[in-house]
Design a protein around this ligand. Structure first.
Ligand code: V1D
Ligand code: CA
Length: 596
């Protein structure tokens, strides 16, 4: 059956979220339980980021961000998101909070036209093959980094509980080197910002690739715990992330790696994810969490080889959300772009606590989703043999539990709730004031909040993609079909309590705060089913104490005040492990596969 009639009532094999509204747009699922328990969610969508191109044959397609926005808005999820921002691009100074000045200078200067003259630097900074020089590459970097920085600052200000930037999550970039499609490591920049107000940040990475850039940046730190789930066979990019890479110095035991083999399925992945993350949260007690949601861990990914469904990927997000800790949610990899946009749309719904029907909303991208019958959850699993065994996974989870025993009972880990960086705290206070000004419409500096009705139209205006190998572009013949009514709703200015020191159980504190509910949310943008589907038609700010300054002092061997004040765990007298940590030494689908 190729038509769409009646299909919105048939849903989903998902065992994780079975309560989806039948009306074609998002329905709140938590409101019936407790209208005050819904978190404040902020959504960062840098204008123009989805129009960038790595090159015709490159698998990274920023257009997936445009598709994601089309589905998010098509479902009417924008009405359930409290704040939607077009963040300002990061400044050079902000990028240099982590990256080397010479590298940023290079990125800001190199273009496709002058690259012939800069051959040596191009090699030095690894801007070849995986990381090509493309038009507006530096602007692209500033856009996605600006989104993650603005999101981190809003979390620090305590004016949001969850911040989403699907354009961020570029976890491979190094201090002075591009790597694996990543030029600037927006995650490191965002975590550095969050460390100004949160004592401990847990970083979770569900991209199929190892989160090496983030791990490397915080390998010596006990204030950031990094946990990456990834395919590890030795030759799969980037080739790092074995089970016994644990961190070093103060950071020893604050780095966890979960190396997996091809074909891992929903049940195995979720069992392992929940066990590992629960153990990590119990031991580390993060004051904030950063979740990198690379969608190349889905089944049928063009570069990946796992078997995850969108429901299971989303359940990782849901499970993380439920800790009630301030949460920064980022994108990452993902190369079957229809599935990436479905996945991140579904995860946006999960984060706002909305149920969305399995039938995709009508958008100008309808022809692109036709072959999967416009489903949000098409069958994408079971295409790759599962090489993981119950025994191999048990070995991993036991090993990780044993590593985390080194952290148990460390008083400084569990009890330090005062941010050590007072200067950062004071700056955050200043930012909170700025935020309030913005909420009043008297913003002086920083990110630009967009009125929703403007933002809605922006996502649909001027789309067009000349990358002919990618069929997900707006067909010109169907323009206007997806333009929903503008809601005219203004973002709310509700000031939330500061997020610091919440630790676990923050969700209960959220429920105590008075939240201006969606009463001003009057105009509906429910996609109109009567329109039918076109069938077969068209195809900063300077940091008080920069990370670089810290690095330089450490290189010199100077004891740092932060080191003294920050969490310190005696590694040498940790508990003996009952089982030695195991070292797990641990296909690519050539074409972008259709999900259906
Ligand atoms: F298939 C390709 C076609 C064109 C250009 C690159 C690729 C490609 C596929 N896989 N490149 C890779 C990986 N690179 C290598 C190199 C071969 N050299 C010896 C190394 O295997 C890079 C994969 C990057 C994955 C990025 C990511 O998904 O993790 C991501 N996360 O956030 C953003 C991207
Ligand atoms: Ca990963």
């Amino acid at each position: 059956m190729s038509g769409r009639a009646f299909q919105h009532f048939t849903f989903s094999s998902s065992q994780y979220f079975d309560d989806r509204g039948p009306h074609g747009c998002a329905q709140p699922i938590t409101e019936r339980i407790n209208p005050h328990s819904r978190p404040i969610v902020s959504y960062y969508s840098p204008k123009g980021v989805g129009e960038q191109h790595y090159g015709e044959h490159h698998p990274m397609k920023p257009h997936r961000l445009t598709l994601t926005n089309a589905l998010v808005f098509g479902y009417g999820l924008d009405k359930q998101i409290h704040y939607i921002y077009n963040p300002r691009p990061a400044t050079q100074e902000e990028l240099e909070a982590y990256h080397d000045h010479d590298y940023i200078e290079f990125l800001s200067r190199v273009t496709p036209h002058n690259q012939g003259e800069m051959k040596n630097l191009i090699d030095t900074f690894n801007c070849v093959e995986d990381c090509p020089i493309f038009a507006d590459m530096y602007d692209f970097c500033r856009m996605y980094s600006g989104g993650s920085l603005a999101a981190a600052r809003k979390l620090c200000a305590g004016t949001t509980d969850i911040a989403i930037n699907w354009s961020g999550g570029l976890h491979h970039a190094k201090k002075a080197e591009a790597s694996g499609f990543c030029y600037i490591n927006d995650i490191v920049l965002a975590i550095l910002e969050m460390l100004r107000c949160y004592p401990r940040v847990l970083y979770i990475d569900i991209d199929i690739h190892h989160g090496d850039g983030v791990e490397h940046a915080f390998y010596h730190s006990n204030r950031v715990m990094t946990v990456s789930f990834h395919k590890y066979t030795g030759d799969f990019f980037p080739g790092t992330g074995k089970l016994d890479d644990n961190g070093t110095g103060l950071g020893k035991h604050f780095c966890l790696n979960v190396p997996l083999q091809d074909g891992i399925d929903d049940d195995m992945y979720l069992t392992l994810f929940k066990t590992v993350i629960d153990d990590a949260v119990t031991a580390f007690r993060p004051s904030a969490i950063v979740l990198q949601c690379g969608a190349d861990s889905l089944g049928c990914d063009r570069l990946g080889a796992f078997n995850l469904s969108i429901a299971a990927h989303g359940e990782c997000v849901n499970f993380t959300r439920k800790y009630g800790v301030p949460l920064l949610v980022l994108g990452g990899g993902g190369y079957t772009i229809k599935n990436v946009s479905r996945c991140w749309t579904y995860e946006t719904a999960v984060l706002v606590g909305a149920a969305v029907p399995d039938e995709l909303p009508a958008t100008i991208y309808d022809p692109f989703f036709r072959d999967s019958q416009w489903k949000l959850h098409p069958p994408i699993t079971g295409k790759v043999d599962n090489l993981n065994t119950a025994a191999s996974l048990q070995r991993i989870s036991i090993s990780i539990r044993n590593k985390l025993r080194y952290l148990q009972g460390a008083p400084s880990v569990q009890m330090q709730e005062i941010p050590p960086d007072l200067a950062g705290w004071l700056e955050s206070e200043e930012r909170s004031r700025e935020q309030k000004d913005e909420d009043r419409g008297t913003s002086r500096a920083g990110e630009r909040r967009e009125d929703r009705s403007i933002a809605r139209n922006e996502f649909y205006d001027g789309e067009g993609d000349v990358d002919q190998d990618d069929v997900g572009h707006a067909p010109s013949s169907s323009s206007g079909r997806a333009r929903g009514a503008t809601s005219g709703r203004r973002a709310r200015g509700g000031r939330r309590g500061r997020g610091r020191g919440r630790g676990r159980g923050a969700s209960s504190s959220l429920s105590k705060e008075v939240v201006d509910d969606d009463s001003d949310d009057s105009a509906s943008v429910t996609p109109t089913r009567a329109r039918g589907r076109g069938r077969g038609r068209g195809g900063g700010r300077g940091r008080g104490r920069g990370a670089k300054a810290l690095d330089k002092e450490r290189e010199k061997g100077t004891p740092m005040p932060e080191d003294e004040e920050s969490i310190s765990v005696d590694m040498e007298d940790g508990p003996s492990t009952s089982q030695a940590d195991a070292n797990d030494n641990g296909s690519k689908q050539d074409d972008e596969m259709d999900a259906s």
